[in-house]
Design a protein around this ligand. Structure first.
Ligand SMILES: *Cc1c(COP(=O)(O)O)cnc(C)c1O
Length: 357
């Protein structure tokens, strides 16, 4: 081994879902939105002058911060933006979790939390979800250096009621509590209102799922201005020009069309409820998701076998090999047509292979 090789930072990276490059796949593996972004976004994209690339972007992300502040009824000083919520979350980890005490998060949740904790040397303790994959607020009432959980949780889709979220936040006023609301627009109730009451609460959301803009990389956080100021200080100590100009402009534009957003989100919720029925009829079980995906398990057919069979048919879903998840597949809610194709395949496959009479 060469001397310098010894000093390479040892990390265990996050493994993102596959992005197949083939054209004709049904892509239900990374929780993207099956509908295009708001029409105004497309229009602005075509009108955009390449001269905007010549200059650095606004490091304060002013237009987007203002649009978000208006949309969510907070002041601009209470909004932080970043390159997807992954960037926002990484910045928050770096900013807030420096006490040396363990960060708490559920054993089944977004697998990136462990990765950032590893990268930044933050000790952590996972809290075991109950038999039905529910978060137990009492598990978060012990000494800690911070708390983070997704709500709805991923990959279960389960939503934790707001009074339980408040219970956790109010019991931990000496720590920063982050609620990762990547999927909140699909029927859950946001903890945003609680940020007025608790200065230790940071709510993080993204344009990647409900706003159909995963490829633009736009995420944001809302919380007390002391939290936001601290995150900005870290950001400006690392990379001041995080968001590129097109993302800033197109993200701002997306926020103008509330009606389109609501329609797209309700279509997905409708398809989700219909898909629950179809999965049920085929014998699958699943937690009652409030997100744009379902975490399904079949009593007879092993998840990995089904994952491979689906992939062969160019239907991509997500399979996690980890212990508590290995019996499940996470299936993104696509368009009604995509889901119909999925269920047509499943019905035949389960019958032909003796998993179903
Ligand atoms: C998708 C997702 C994110 C990250 O999304 P970005 O594309 O980086 O905004 C964060 N948390 C959870 C729970 C997610 O599912």
């Amino acid at each position: 081994m060469r001397e310098w090789e010894k000093y390479i930072r040892k990390v265990e990276p996050y493994v993102p879902g596959e992005q197949p490059q083939a054209e004709k796949v049904i892509k239900l593996n990374t929780n993207e939105n099956p509908y295009p972004p708001a029409p105004g976004v497309e229009k602005l994209l075509h009108e955009m002058d390449a001269d905007v690339f010549r200059k650095y972007p606004d490091p304060a992300c002013g237009c987007l911060v203002k649009a978000l502040a208006d949309r969510y009824g907070v002041s601009e000083k209470e909004v932080f933006t970043g390159v997807g919520s992954d960037d926002v979350l990484a910045t928050a980890f770096l900013t807030f979790f420096n006490s040396g005490k363990p960060l708490l998060f559920p054993d089944v949740s977004y697998s990136f939390y462990k990765v950032w904790a590893g990268l930044f040397g933050i000790p952590y303790e996972t809290q075991v979800l109950d038999e039905e994959f529910r978060i137990r607020p009492e598990d978060y009432k012990k000494e800690n250096g911070g708390i983070i959980f997704p709500n709805p949780n991923a990959p279960t889709g389960l939503f934790l009621e707001l009074n339980a979220v408040e219970d956790i936040v109010s019991a931990n006023q000496d720590s920063v509590v982050i609620v990762d609301e990547a999927y909140i627009d699909f029927g859950g109730k946001s903890a945003l209102s609680l940020t007025k009451k608790y200065d230790n609460l940071l709510v993080v959301q993204t344009f990647s799922k409900s706003r159909s803009m995963a490829g633009m990389r736009i995420g944001f956080a809302i919380g007390d201005q002391k939290l936001i100021q601290a995150m900005n200080n870290v950001k400006y100590s690392y990379n001041s020009y995080t968001m590129n100009t097109p993302s800033l402009l197109l993200g701002t534009e997306a926020l103008k069309d509330e009606a389109y957003f609501q329609t797209a989100v309700s279509k997905i919720m409708e398809t989700r409820e219909w898909s629950k029925e179809c999965f049920r009829k085929l014998g699958f079980t699943f937690p009652d998701s409030m997100a744009n995906f379902l975490f399904v398990s079949h009593p007879a057919c092993p998840a990995e076998t089904l994952f491979e069979a689906l992939k062969e048919r160019h239907i991509y879903v997500r399979y996690f090999r980890e212990e508590r998840l290995a019996d499940h597949l996470r299936v993104t809610v696509g368009t009604r047509k995509e889901m119909e194709e999925l269920f047509r395949f499943l019905e035949i496959y389960l019958k032909e292979n003796g998993y179903q009479n």
